[in-house]
Design a protein around this ligand. Structure first.
Ligand SMILES: *Cc1c(COP(=O)(O)O)cnc(C)c1O
Length: 368
């Protein structure tokens, strides 16, 4: 190994990290573009959140509340939690990073799953630890495979529930079986970014599971159902000892004032979020039926996006579909980096966008 003394050198492992590539935004040469690549809501945020954001513009010279107390209290009241067990972050991404930097170091292992969110791997490696990838079963997180992968080096397990980009979920009973099987010093991170969309009786976002254990945390986001992706608002519910550790290293003003204000207004506008869930459920069903009618396989989704699998046939594979859709202004997400070379992920969009994708894929599949 050559050591270069002429410039600063990152810690070992940092340059092995493949940087996160966000969903595409542009379709060159197309007048009207529908961005369906990042699971953003087509309905925007609550008007009350926009109002609160604008009002915050009057006090931009003042530092924000470093404890984000009003936001934590609003989250606590919406979910029936103790605000002392809530920490807010600049997106849940920041919290995932803090968890890794607090609990992982060189020589440690953290378990992720085959089609798991790429941010976990980046943060695990960023902390100098080793990601251990466990197979999924039919696009579904496999709790037994995770338990089988635990070694004496394992310090953390990351699960997105529901999963992205699969859109599937692990029932609460299986999460509880996982917790029961994990050593008590191994932390389970339940990333529940899409929990609000799920309407299944056997699903648990993780609140009770966190409350009952000292080694489980749940992260949530305002980027999806609440439509505040631009402001970067995430939160975590966890045991006091975990929050105490994270609060020692987080930036003292990690949440900006407009984000705190908008987040508070958004989570208190329950009627708006309920409407967004209804809209999503209707379109999830319509889109799934339409795509299956074209002969495409769709992984059953409980989220605001769909994983569409293309035929293994010349001219009909995912890269060709991606190109075809992009040329018509519909930007979906290629998910090769998540282990799906022949699939695209589509976020539920506006009715116009959704109808447009159905029409375009009808044309694409009908092509000789
Ligand atoms: C969108 C998403 C998030 C949210 O990240 P933020 O940093 O809060 O915007 C977290 N986890 C998964 C799996 C996601 O898809």
């Amino acid at each position: 190994m050559s050591s270069d003394m002429n410039q600063p050198v990152p810690r070992p492992g940092i340059l092995d990290i493949a940087a996160y590539v966000p969903g595409k935004e542009h379709a060159p040469g197309v007048a009207k573009v529908f961005k369906l690549s990042s699971n953003e809501t087509p309905l925007g945020p609550s008007p009350k959140a926009i109002e609160a954001f604008k009002a915050a513009a009057d006090n931009l010279e003042i530092y924000p509340d470093g404890q984000a107390l009003k936001l934590r209290e609003a989250i606590a009241s919406a979910h029936g939690l103790n605000p002392a067990n809530i920490i807010c972050g600049n997106g849940s991404d920041e919290l995932l990073g803090l968890l890794c930097h607090v609990y992982l170091g060189a020589g440690d292992e953290a378990i992720i799953t085959e089609h798991g969110f790429l941010v976990y791997k980046i943060q695990i490696m960023g902390a100098g630890a080793t990601p251990v990838t466990v197979k999924e079963k039919d696009c579904q997180v496999d709790v037994d495979a995770i338990l089988a992968a635990v070694t004496d080096k394992t310090k953390m397990v990351f699960i997105a529930n529901p999963g992205n980009p699969t859109g599937t979920y692990v029932p609460g009973a299986d999460i509880r079986r996982l917790v029961a099987g994990l050593p008590k010093h191994v932390m389970l991170v339940l990333d529940a970014a899409y929990a609000e969309y799920v309407r299944r009786n056997d699903f648990e976002a993780g609140i009770e599971i966190v409350s009952e254990n000292r080694n489980v945390v749940m992260t949530r986001t305002f980027s999806k159902i609440h439509g505040l992706a631009a402001l970067r608002v995430g939160w975590m519910y966890g045991p006091s000892a975990v929050l105490d550790a994270l609060n020692r290293i987080r930036g003292p003003f990690n949440m900006n004032a407009p984000a705190i204000a908008a987040g508070e207004a958004a989570i208190l506008d329950r009627a708006f979020a309920d409407k967004a869930v209804q809209f999503n459920l209707e379109w999830l069903e319509k889109l799934t039926v339409a795509f299956e009618g074209l002969g495409l396989k769709v992984t059953p989704s409980v989220t605001n996006f769909l994983l569409i699998h293309f035929p293994d046939q010349d001219g009909k594979r995912a890269p060709e579909a991606d190109e075809f859709l992009t040329s018509r202004g519909f930007i979906l997400r290629a998910v090769k980096g998540y282990g799906f070379a022949n699939a695209l992920r589509m976020s539920v969009g506006t009715p116009e966008a959704n109808e447009g994708v159905i029409a375009a894929l009808t044309e694409f599949m009908g092509k000789a």
